[in-house]
Design a binder for this molecule. Structure first.
Ligand SMILES: [Zn+2]
Length: 244
């Protein structure tokens, strides 16, 4: 190899590594650390990436729609993506592409929980660490908590990006009994959050639009000091003092 050619090869190698470094540092951090979508998704698509999308937009499918996380991009997912896009000022075309993913990455923490909620604030209600002792395995509890937190993020955005506080999240079965529950309630699945921080009727009223199957608030026994929301199947709502 001539000296000139060696210099040129070395230059190309240097430039290649520079490009690689640039590519690495410009990738959105949240996308890397939690989950990144590799394709645009629209009506008719299916797969694990659709389910990951559904988890993050499920709070936007519309009034009374408690959508399934089934990996199948049907009409509810179209509506949910449109609702999400509209809520964040994007073109509401119902197609999840780069702009939608960029918004999700902005909202997504490295552990895949939404920006304004964390596992740290849904810790066991009676003390302790971790999420064992519930009605389902710990990993399932954490997955359920992630899903209910994304819907709470939607509720937070819907009422004007106002901070919400979780007064109770996960409960082990023993804890659920200790606080007067049945021992097998929604909190023992990681499905439920008790929320405070804004007027309770504002929470109960608006939660109907954000994918919560269970809503209990003022006027329902023992729910005058918080609003309970959960992601059970179907809709069971009662906050009679709020007209819900
Ligand atoms: Zn509750």
């Amino acid at each position: 190899m001539t000296r000139l050619r060696a210099v040129l090869v070395s230059l190309v190698v240097t430039m290649t590594s520079l490009v690689a470094i640039t590519a690495t540092t410009t990738t959105p951090a949240h996308a890397d650390e939690c989950y990144s979508w590799g394709r645009s998704l629209s009506s008719g698509a299916s797969g694990a990436d659709v389910a990951e999308l559904q988890i993050r937009v499920a709070g936007w499918a519309g009034y009374g729609v408690n959508m399934a996380i089934d990996g199948s991009f049907g009409p509810q997912t179209v509506a949910a993506v449109q609702g999400f896009q509209a809520a964040y000022g994007l073109e509401a075309d119902g197609v999840a592409g780069p702009a939608t993913y960029a918004q999700i990455y902005e909202l997504q923490d490295p552990d895949c929980t939404p920006l304004h909620f964390s596992y740290d604030e849904v810790v066991p209600d009676c003390g302790g660490t971790g999420f064992s002792g519930g009605s389902v395995p710990e990993e399932t509890v954490k997955e359920n908590l992630k899903r209910v937190m994304w819907r709470a993020e939607a509720l937070r955005q819907r009422i004007g990006n106002v901070p919400l506080t979780v007064s109770s999240g996960f409960r082990s079965q023993a804890c659920d009994v200790e606080v007067g529950g049945s021992g097998s309630g929604q909190h023992t699945y990681g499905n439920a959050l008790d929320l405070i921080g804004v007027p309770f009727c504002t929470l109960a009223d608006n939660a109907r639009y954000n994918g919560f199957g269970g809503i209990f608030g003022p006027g329902y026994p023992d729910h005058d000091d918080h609003v309970h929301v959960d992601i059970r199947a179907g809709n069971t709502w009662s906050a009679p003092d709020c007209g819900v």
